[in-house]
Design a protein. Structure first.
Length: 245
């Protein structure tokens, strides 16, 4: 009887070992492979969805390509890839004619390379000193809090804009005309085809003093000078460096 029990126990143990080995060698690898395949399928599905979204956006952008080309042409006219000062001077004379002014001089200076704005320096922590204990002072009413000083806007930079492809050309423009015409010309200049940042404005007003009937029609004459910057953004590809021998 004991021998029969041992045989049954041995057979049961052998069956358990066979089942365990079958799970480890057959079922477990299949389950792992199935889980890996499911993860890969989910990743591929996510990638395909993102690609489909990008493709749809590209199709939409391509449908509006003429509009983008028009915007690019306007931007290239505002900030050209060359100095193009002849066309800028022509635009100035056109603006002067529209506002009743007369251009008496246009003087460009040497271009100035763009310098990216430096990051603000970190505040230096103030040192604290330990003072000797003193008698507790009599409490006094708290003073009102000082208003918080406004913070300067954060400078925005673009890594594509560098000192090698972006320059500013200082310009000095002298104009003759009336006071109202000067205001109109200055406004038209800042909203013209070519982007110009006005950095200075000065002028002298002189009123003629005719006699007789012409006295009522006397008009103030203004000679004024405008200083500012126009910009050039080169789009030429940067030449590849020559390998050293």
């Amino acid at each position: 009887m004991d021998k029969q029990r041992l045989v049954i126990a041995g057979v049961g143990l052998a069956i358990a070992v066979v089942i365990g080995l079958g799970y480890l060698l057959g079922v477990q690898p299949q389950l792992t492979a199935a889980a890996t395949a499911a993860d890969q399928a989910a990743q591929i599905s996510t990638t395909n969805h993102a690609t489909e979204v990008q493709l749809n956006q590209l199709k939409k952008d391509y449908a509006d390509i003429d509009q983008f080309k028009g915007q690019l042409a306007d931007l290239q006219e505002s900030i050209p890839s060359t100095r193009s000062l002849d066309s800028f001077v022509s635009d100035l004379h056109a603006l002067a004619a529209q506002t009743g002014e007369t251009i008496s001089g246009v003087n460009p200076s040497d271009p100035v390379a763009y310098t990216p704005p430096a990051a603000p320096a970190a505040p230096t922590p103030s040192s604290t000193s330990t003072a000797s204990p003193s008698p507790t002072p009599t409490p006094t009413p708290a003073a009102p809090a000082a208003p918080t000083a406004p913070q300067a806007p954060k400078a925005t930079t673009n890594s594509l804009i560098t000192s090698s492809n972006f320059v500013a050309i200082p310009m000095t423009i002298t104009v003759k005309g009336s006071t109202d015409g000067a205001i109109a010309f200055l406004g038209a200049l800042q909203h013209g085809k070519r982007l110009m940042l006005v950095t200075g404005f000065s002028g002298n007003e002189s009123k003629a003093t005719p006699t007789g009937a012409a006295a009522a029609a006397a008009v103030s004459q203004v000679d004024y000078t405008i200083k500012g910057l126009v910009y050039v953004l080169s789009t030429a590809p940067t030449p590849a460096p020559t390998p050293s021998k």
